[in-house]
Design a binder for this molecule. Sequence first.
Ligand code: HEM
Length: 161
Amino acid sequence: MKFLVLLALLGAAAAYTPLTAEEYAYVSGAWNKVKHSEVDILYAVFKAYPDIQAKFPKFAGKNLDEIKGTSDFALHATRIVTFISEVVTLSQNTANNDAIYNKLELFGTDHHNRGVTKDQLTEFRTALTTYLSKHAPWGDNVAAAWNKAFDNVFEVAFTKF
Ligand code: HEM
């Protein structure tokens, strides 16, 4: 039993690997270039993955180009971007690890309860990474840092799925 508890603790500790200062600089540098393009980002996500759009009661079945200019669309785009900005900012300091962990667990629980799937979160990851690679300074180092950041997010959020 003690062994199992130890194993679980080790597993939890290994789940989240804080970004190094250099990785943080790559992640935040790219994010700062796109974080004011909220609507554009959500549009790119829905365009690439209509199944994500279909999960939103307010947007399901509607023409993407028509909803793009609505306040509901801007509001949700801002929620998503603000969430990411908060996680990026917190990850600057390892003293915030518990706060990040709790935030990501809540995100996982919320979205699992809303019927969002792991596959859809992975689609979101692909869409956002593609968006960043087109609109922010990009290269192997930046891509690797974002990969690590997304791995961290999903390691925690997926525990709720
Ligand atoms: C990838 C598939 C996703 C789907 C299908 C999805 C779906 C939803 C839905 C249906 C809502 C409720 C909307 C409403 O009540 O108006 C919601 C809320 C929210 N989502 Fe997502 N979401 C996804 C990914 C994400 C991601 C990746 C983020 C953050 C980076 C995010 C951040 C949020 C936030 C902050 C809220 C508002 C939470 C609240 O205040 O209740 N979502 N999501």
